[in-house]
Design a binder for this molecule. Sequence first.
Ligand SMILES: Nc1ncnc2c1ncn2[C@@H]1O[C@H](COP(=O)(O)OP(=O)(O)OP(=O)(O)O)[C@@H](O)[C@H]1O
Ligand SMILES: [Mg+2]
Length: 228
Amino acid sequence: MRRDIVVLLCDVWKSYRSRGEVVTALRGVNLRVARGEIVGIHGPSGAGKTTLLKIIAGLERPDRGEVIVEGYNLNQLNEDGLAMLRNTIVSFIPQEYGLIDELSVYENIELPLLLAGIGHEERRARVRELIEYIGLRGKEHVKPKYLSGGEKQRVAIARALANTPSILLADEPTANLDWENASKVMELFKQVNRDFKTTIIIVSHDPRILRFVDRRLILQDGVLREVS
Ligand SMILES: Nc1ncnc2c1ncn2[C@@H]1O[C@H](COP(=O)(O)OP(=O)(O)OP(=O)(O)O)[C@@H](O)[C@H]1O
Ligand SMILES: [Mg+2]
């Protein structure tokens, strides 16, 4: 049986203009990701990895090319449509975790549920379940600055899972971690993939993350290619 394609990019180009200079981050990227896959994209700094994830998440629009996510053609969605996509289908975990310093672990994970209008009891049950899942019971009321890098990444993953997305995008999830903690975070992604059938795309300049994924790609000079 053919597996359904949940992310499809066809000839995607993206340039930025800053101070009169044009930087072309993506030069005709093609990508197909099947449901339930864990894809690892490796590439040097400045290769366009973050740009690629932001385009899949609907946080940036391509200059040219098609982006289809769970059947939605992102070029045809307005800003409200893209917000719906981010709230219900695709979760993006930013490079520096994206946690809110003033909020506790509990409140950070609760935030997407609050924004989705989920009621108090259901929120509480879901946040507790997620805290248990990432192994941070007892740290509910701690602020992010008192957590280790690995713990912050786990909270970022829990927050990203709150609204049960079908696709998880992780930008350099192991960048600030030693190898032991980096391995634990990668194992957590594998567990999420097994438990919830979440499709996961991870980008990193660290080639060691590639040993944890189902399929390996390299992004270099704005072009994506498969590695065996
Ligand atoms: N908002 C922006 N304005 C101008 N240039 C940008 C912008 N965002 C990215 N770029 C440029 O586009 C190119 C690709 O950037 P991107 O952040 O996607 O790379 P990256 O692979 O994620 O790098 P890193 O590994 O350092 O995070 C870089 O040359 C960068 O300077
Ligand atoms: Mg980046």
